[in-house]
Design a protein around this ligand. Structure first.
Ligand code: FUL
Length: 502
C-alpha cells in the first residue's frame, strides 16, 4: 500500500509539533540529591527542635554537680516525686521529648538494674521498688513526648571501671534501658570520662583512652539492634555536640560533617582545636556524613538542682534568645530542667519555660509570606510541583526548586499595603541535602532595593531576626551562594505584633 502525500504531510506535522510542544514533566526534571543525606531517624529528630534534659540523681540531694561514686543509695529520697507533673511542665515549655540522666558519672542507677548494687533498688525510697526511668518514660508517652536516655560511660562507683570487666556491665546497662522502657528517640553518651573516683573503694584516679576503651562500634551495634530509630549523641553517633554548654550554635552551622567529599569542593570551616573533645562547631561543608548539631544548655547555672541557684533561672527573654541561637541556626535546643528534691520541676523554672513557649508560639503563629504574592525568578521546568507556592503550603515535603543551571535565584514578596517584618524563617528540603550556602534579604524603599539582612548555611531551619522591624510593601530574597539548584521548603515572614493586614 502506498502512502499518500496527505498521510505523509500529516506525519511530518505531527513530528514537528511534538518537537516544539513544551516538554511533559519527566523524570529528567526530578531534583537530584546533593552531598550527604540525613537518615530517616535523623529526619524524625530534626522535627523535634526543642527537647528537655532532666538531670536528677543523688547529686540533687548532696548539692553537687558530680558525685564521686561513694554516695549512700538512701540519699536518693524525693519527698513528692510526680512524673506527670514533671513531664507536663516540660510540655508546657514546648519540649517535644525528654532525656533522663538514668545514670550520671557517680554510677547510681535510677532503675532497678541487675548490673550493680548501686541503684534505686537499694534505696529505701519507695521501699526499693521505685523506678524513675519507668515512671518518666510512661508519663512522657502518655503526654505525647518522646523519651531518651543519658547513661554515663564514666562510672565513678564501679570497681571495674577502667578495666575490661566494666565493658559487659556498661553494655548490659544500655541493653536494659533500651529493652524495657519502650521506644527511645535518643541515647546520650557524655564526653566526660575518667578521673578520680570511689571505684568500689579503691579511691583512685583512673584514666582511659576515650576513643578505644569503650569499643564504641559494639555499643553502636547494640543501639541499632534494639532501637533502630534512636539517634546517638556523641562522637560515634548521628548527632554532634555544638562545642559549648551555652546553647549557642555557630553562625555558619552545617548539618554535614566528616571528610569533605563532594567533587570539586574543598573543606571549609573546619576549626582546628587542640581539645580533641571539641567537635567543630561549624560542622564541615561538603562533609561525607549528615551529623547535625545539638545545643545542650541548662535553665540554671548547674545541671543539677541547687537551692542556691533559685534566683538564677534563665528568663523567658533569655530562652527566646537561646532558641534563635540554636534552632535558628539549624541545630536543636536540648534545654535542661533539673528536678528538685521534691521530685518536681521548681516553680520558677516551670514558669519561665511556659512563658518562653507561649512567646515562641505567638511569634510564629501567623506567616505573612502566605498572604503575599510570591514572584520567583525561576521555577524548575516551570512545574507546579516546584513552584514558590510550596514555600507557604505548610507541607515540609514540598519545595520551591530551580532549574539545574539556576543556583542563585530571587524571590519577590509583594504586598498590596505595607507590612511590618521582624523575623524570617527559611527551611531547605533537607531530604535532598544541604545545598544553600548564603542568602540575602532586601526591601524596596524609595525606588530601589536596600539590603536588610543576610545569612549563611540554611539547612533544616534558619531564623533571621532583624535588628529593627521594618515596614515594607515589597521584599526580595536572594540566594547568593549555592553550588547546585536550590530546594527551599519554607519561607516564613513574621511581624512581632499580630496586626491585621487589611
Ligand atoms: C557534661 C556532664 O559532665 C555534666 O554533668 C552534664 O551531665 C552535661 C550534660 O554533660 O559533660
Amino acid at each position: 500500500m502506498h502512502t499518500t502525500r496527505r498521510q505523509l504531510l500529516a506525519g511530518v506535522t505531527l513530528s514537528l509539533a511534538s518537537r516544539y510542544l513544551p516538554a511533559e514533566p519527566t523524570e529528567r526534571q526530578l531534583l537530584q540529591p546533593f552531598g550527604a543525606l540525613p537518615s530517616s531517624r535523623q529526619l524524625a529528630w530534626h522535627k523535634l527542635e526543642t527537647y528537655a534534659f532532666l538531670h536528677f540523681t543523688v547529686n540533687t540531694f548532696t548539692d553537687r554537680e558530680w558525685g564521686s561514686g561513694d554516695e549512700d543509695p538512701n540519699l536518693f529520697s524525693p519527698t513528692d516525686f510526680d512524673a506527670d507533673s514533671i513531664v507536663l511542665d516540660l510540655k508546657r515549655a514546648g519540649m517535644k521529648a525528654v532525656i533522663l540522666t538514668c545514670k550520671h558519672h557517680d554510677g547510681f542507677c535510677l532503675w532497678p538494674t541487675k548490673t550493680t548494687e548501686h541503684s534505686i533498688r537499694h534505696s529505701s525510697w519507695q521501699d526499693g521498688k521505685g523506678d524513675v526511668v519507668r515512671d518518666i518514660s510512661v508519663a512522657a508517652r502518655q503526654h505525647g513526648l518522646k523519651f531518651g536516655v543519658y547513661v554515663s560511660p564514666w562510672d565513678r562507683n564501679n570497681a571495674y571501671y577502667g578495666k575490661p570487666e566494666y565493658l559487659p556491665i556498661y553494655r548490659a546497662q544500655i541493653t536494659e534501658l533500651l529493652s524495657n522502657y519502650g521506644p527511645i528517640f535518643e541515647i546520650w553518651f557524655d564526653g566526660a570520662n575518667g578521673g578520680d573516683g570511689y571505684y568500689g573503694g579503691a579511691r583512685e584516679k583512673r584514666l582511659i583512652d576515650k576513643a578505644t576503651y569503650y569499643q564504641w562500634p559494639t555499643i553502636v551495634n547494640i543501639v541499632r539492634r534494639l532501637q533502630p530509630d534512636a539517634v546517638i549523641f556523641g562522637k560515634t553517633g548521628d548527632i554532634r555536640w555544638i562545642g559549648n554548654e551555652k546553647g549557642i550554635a555557630a553562625n555558619t552551622c552545617w548539618a554535614t560533617y566528616g571528610t569533605p567529599k563532594v567533587k570539586g569542593h574543598q573543606a571549609e570551616d573546619i576549626h582546628a582545636s587542640a581539645d580533641t573533645n571539641l567537635e567543630p562547631p561549624n560542622g564541615v561543608r561538603f562533609g561525607d556524613q549528615w551529623k547535625p548539631a545539638e545545643c545542650d544548655v541548662s535553665i540554671r547555672p548547674g545541671w543539677f538542682y541547687h537551692l542556691s541557684e533559685d534566683d538564677e533561672v534563665r528568663t523567658p527573654d533569655n530562652l527566646v534568645d537561646l532558641y534563635f541561637e540554636s534552632v535558628g541556626k539549624g541545630a536543636s535546643l536540648l534545654l535542661n530542667f533539673p528536678s528538685n528534691r521534691k521530685g518536681r520541676i521548681a516553680p520558677q523554672d516551670a514558669t519561665s519555660g511556659a512563658i518562653f513557649h507561649e512567646r515562641i508560639e505567638k511569634m510564629f503563629s501567623r506567616n505573612l509570606a502566605a498572604e503575599a504574592l510570591l514572584i520567583p525568578s525561576n521555577v524548575r521546568g516551570q512545574e507546579k510541583r516546584y513552584s514558590a507556592a510550596c514555600l507557604v503550603d505548610g507541607n515540609e515535603s514540598s519545595f520551591w526548586a530551580t532549574d539545574d543551571n539556576v543556583h542563585t535565584p530571587e524571590l519577590i514578596v509583594q504586598y498590596n499595603k505595607p507590612v511590618e517584618i521582624a523575623i524570617l524563617r527559611l527551611r531547605e528540603a533537607i531530604a535532598l541535602g544541604q545545598r544553600i550556602a548564603g542568602v540575602a534579604v532586601d526591601r524596596w524603599q524609595d525606588d530601589h532595593w536596600v539590603p536588610i539582612a543576610a545569612a549563611t548555611s540554611i539547612g533544616p531551619c534558619r531564623l533571621i531576626r532583624l535588628d529593627q522591624p521594618v515596614q515594607t510593601q515589597r521584599l526580595r530574597l536572594r540566594v547568593t551562594n549555592s553550588p547546585v539548584a536550590i530546594a527551599l521548603s519554607e519561607l516564613g515572614i513574621y511581624s512581632l505584633h499580630d496586626k491585621e493586614l487589611n
